[in-house]
Design a protein around this ligand. Sequence first.
Ligand SMILES: *Cc1c(COP(=O)(O)O)cnc(C)c1O
Length: 431
Amino acid sequence: MTPSRNHTLFDQARAVIPGGVNSPVRAFGKVGGTPPFIESASGATLRDADGREYLDFVGSWGPMLLGHAHPAVIGAVVEAAQRGTSFGAPTEREVGLARRVVEMVPSIEKVRFVNSGTEATMSALRVARAATGRSGMLKYRGGYHGHADAFLVEAGSGAATLGVPDSPGVTPGTAADTRTAEYNDLDDTRRLLDDGRVACVFVEPVAGNMGCVPPAPGFLEGLRELCDATGTLLVFDEVMTGFRVAPGGAQERFGVRPDLTTLGKIVGGGLPVGAFGGRTDLMDLVAPAGPVYQAGTLSGNPLASAAGNAALAFIAEHPELYTHLEALGGQLDDGIARIRGTHGYPLTWNRVGSMASLFLTEGPVTDWPSASAGEAERFTRFFHGMLAEGIYLAPSPYEAWFLSLAHTESHMDRLLTALERTLATVFGASA
Ligand SMILES: *Cc1c(COP(=O)(O)O)cnc(C)c1O
């Protein structure tokens, strides 16, 4: 038997990279075992270093709305690369990408590009503090907004997976400016905004980093009203939901306009891009138009702008993409309802468009306490069972599943068949 390349690579990686990975959740810490090292990807399929293929529902954690190696995106990147990979000077492509973002996202009048979602959120927070002259920031328990210090308080996703919601290295002073409320709880939010010291509310308009948790009816509208009443800015962190739950993101889907929006993931078409944008009066505070400093050597990078442009152009020209994703999602809704009905397993299925989560609990799952109620050991068996079936899900219960243009009806059948078999072993065949 040939030794596993995945094992060898993981050993080599751990010798020179902390934990062997460049982002914690990739290491399979929560579920154990060796992560597949990916060699290539196409459409909805990943291929690892041992030559195994997987049907992918991670989608690089969100960016791959069009599937892997989409020809329009790859073509644009190759063409751009041949003309040079970085200039540190303005280019026509950036203008094109900015115009697309402004056209597609309802509340954005001006936008600045950065290199990650983390950079987008930390910059938007700086703008909000400058605009209001206030220091406080409110976020939700289980809400993830990247790894800047101010946000590493009761953050979901990777931090929750590791069980270190408050990271060492974040100073007490920084953490003291961050207030945390329960998601979907307007009373809790009202109480924390009352003293008028909060610059902005940061919210995932559909939570995706405690698993997928939709906003309760009226929650986003209520936030808009509370912010207006208290002079607080409303920031939608649409790094995950942007261009995914609708072409214009959650603000289009739910009809609520934030003051500032952060973007990432899909906006880069699979290359490293983030963005923050909003009303002109707020964005004109950003240097060099205004005094709020923000900069980046590789921001607006030609390859990244080309990929983002190609992805957004495709999305804008193919609105039927969302019908396709909704149909696939509906197929999963029906299939999972049938499995639940037939076997009586405790399952909660939350879905908004092409982002979804299956919680191995009775539910409902509406906030962090209910999202984190499942047993870790049960999730581990579920995850490894699905992986053995060739289904690649995030190795954490606090991550969403993503559907893409490359997924088909028969892929959904494969997923449902694998689910039914795996759940039988997780819950015992005759639950
Ligand atoms: C992924 C994510 C981020 C962080 O983006 P990075 O590019 O990983 O820095 C921020 N906010 C939300 C809602 C995200 O899903």
